[in-house]
Design a protein around this ligand. Structure first.
Ligand code: COA
Length: 252
């Protein structure tokens, strides 16, 4: 177990549990957290002892997205963002991934769920893709995955207006497998992961790769396009003022 970098990594019975652990910031992601997640997922892909992965936050927050202070201090043209290594490792992971979501899943916290195989949510969970409201744009293939899943107009409510989606709505839309009391979410995800870990690795590998077909290269291509726009928008005056407004909340 290692929580010093904001990620708690626990391996037991064939299941690797990766917990976001930055409670004072609602598990907003830092560069160190992305790096730890990327490394853990690349290791998990190679390690025969890992047969399923769980991603989870705490009972009051799954993940508040990228740390806004880090966004605010970003200089232009920094090349691949640390989040990209994490998301590519998640995209390329051949083993099943189960997410346990309580509280807000914002920005990359919501986007990563689109790349998980099974998602369980507490009654108070909410998914938010606030990118356009922050002067940014959606990322990590969400501009392909959400319209394909929900249709353009429903996806536009989430990706353009940035409207929050409750756990129940997310369930209705097919973004979440089941909604349950918050305290049940991680135990339930753990039971499901244990079931997966007891199954044939080769069968699950085949099922996952066939379900995603030849789409992975297309997702990565879209990620590159989104990243080009995102990096340009990240240093725009609109984004800078949105970050400043968040940082100034409640200070005057
Ligand atoms: N980056 C940096 N700090 C963040 C953060 C983020 N993405 N999200 C939350 N925090 C900090 C808050 O500033 C606050 O710090 P403070 O105690 O020093 O004031 C602390 O975490 C708790 O957040 P708070 O807003 O008080 O909790 P809440 O339960 O009322 O709301 C959220 C939780 C996640 C809904 C809200 O914090 C939020 O909208 N955060 C921004 C999400 C976002 O836009 N992320 C970027 C996506 S691209």
């Amino acid at each position: 177990m290692d929580g010093g970098n904001g990620i708690v990594r626990v391996a037991q019975g064939g299941v690797l549990r990766l917990g976001f652990d930055r409670p004072a910031r609602k598990n907003a992601m830092t560069g160190a957290m992305y790096a730890a997640l990327a490394e853990a997922l690349v290791d998990a892909d190679r390690d025969e002892a890992v047969r399923a992965v769980i991603l989870h936050g705490s009972e009051d927050a799954f993940c508040a997205g990228n740390d806004i202070g880090d966004f605010a201090s970003n200089a232009p043209d920094q090349g691949e963002r640390p989040s990209a290594r994490f998301m590519k490792a998640l995209l390329r992971l051949r083993k099943p991934v189960v997410a346990a979501v309580n509280g807000p899943a914002v920005g990359i916290g919501a986007t990563m769920l689109l790349h998980c195989d099974l998602v369980y949510a507490g009654t108070g969970a909410k998914l938010v893709f606030p990118f356009a409201r922050l002067g940014l744009c959606p990322e990590f293939a969400s501009t392909l995955l959400l319209p394909a899943k929900l249709g353009h107009q429903r996806a536009a409510e989430l990706l353009m207006l940035g409207d929050p989606c409750s756990a129940q709505e997310a369930h209705t839309l097919g973004l979440v497998n089941a909604v349950m009391p918050p305290a049940d979410v991680l135990p339930h995800a753990s039971d499901v992961a244990a079931r997966l870990a007891a199954m044939s690795v080769a069968s699950l590998h085949a099922a996952k790769s066939l379900m995603r077909g030849d789409e992975l290269d297309r997702y990565e291509e879209r990620m590159e396009k989104e990243n080009a726009q995102f990096s340009r928008l990240l240093v725009s005056p609109e984004a800078k003022s949105a970050f400043a407004a968040f940082q100034q909340r409640g200070k005057s």
